[in-house]
Write a new protein. Structure first.
Length: 226
């Protein structure tokens, strides 16, 4: 039976191997940097999954005007709507994370909407308005007025009961039971509504609504999905 004898490695061989590994690491880093540069030159934008609630109702958003993305953050919904062929206006008090999105159909407004009288848009300006993970109650009547006739509101944020999952816990940022229904009833036609606990993207209690302003056929009543 052949006896295995480990091959001795000389110190100079170890040093050589270390140099080869170092060189390979440098080349890998250079390739990553080059790849990133190519992506930037091609206006490449990494895809981040949009809210399932927005995805569910995005086909109902009309295409006769721009879509407003309120508290746009990193722009995941801005990008999703652009990919759907819409023109988008994204607004936030910090728009630095939107700079990566390069599209001629995108307009960016840097505004702190919690400052009184800071709303910069006219009534009926938008075919759709998207709000996720943001609540400033004084804005709600203004948001409704900003919807054009036939426009769609998709609103989703944290609700009471979220305290057991984590932040936010401040009642100012948590919807009361049925609050979205109360805020829209008499102003918008409710298409879908949920008050649920979710696991993704993190465990939370949320309330969400999809509603349109003055449906084309006002005599046709659609069921509320709950």
């Amino acid at each position: 039976m052949h006896e295995f004898k480990p091959h001795a490695i000389l110190p100079e061989q170890i040093e050589g191997l270390a140099q080869e590994l170092l060189q390979a690491s440098k080349e890998c880093l250079l390739n990553i940097a080059a790849s990133k540069s190519r992506m930037e030159k091609q206006n490449f934008t990494p895809y981040v999954r949009a809210s399932p609630w927005l995805q569910r109702y995005s086909s109902l958003i009309p295409n006769f005007g721009p879509i407003l993305d309120i508290a746009a953050g990193s722009g995941r919904h801005t990008q999703y709507l652009l990919d759907k062929g819409h023109s988008v206006v994204s607004i936030d008090k910090d728009v630095s994370r939107l700079a990566r999105i390069r599209d001629a159909r995108l307009s960016i407004a840097q505004v702190n909407l919690e400052v009184p009288r800071s709303w910069p848009f006219k009534s009926g300006a938008f075919a759709g308005i998207i709000v996720t993970n943001y609540l400033h109650r004084p804005l709600f009547p203004i948001i409704i007025k900003a919807l054009a006739a036939g426009g769609l509101l998709v609103y989703e944020t944290f609700a009471q009961g979220n305290e057991k999952f984590g932040k936010p816990t401040n009642p100012d940022y948590l919807l009361e039971p049925g609050e979205l229904i109360q805020l829209t009833t008499g102003h918008l036609h409710i298409i879908g509504y949920e008050d649920v606990a979710v696991d993704q993207p993190k465990p939370a209690r949320i309330q969400r609504i999809c509603a349109s302003r003055h449906p084309p056929d006002r005599n046709k009543r659609l069921p509320i999905n709950t």
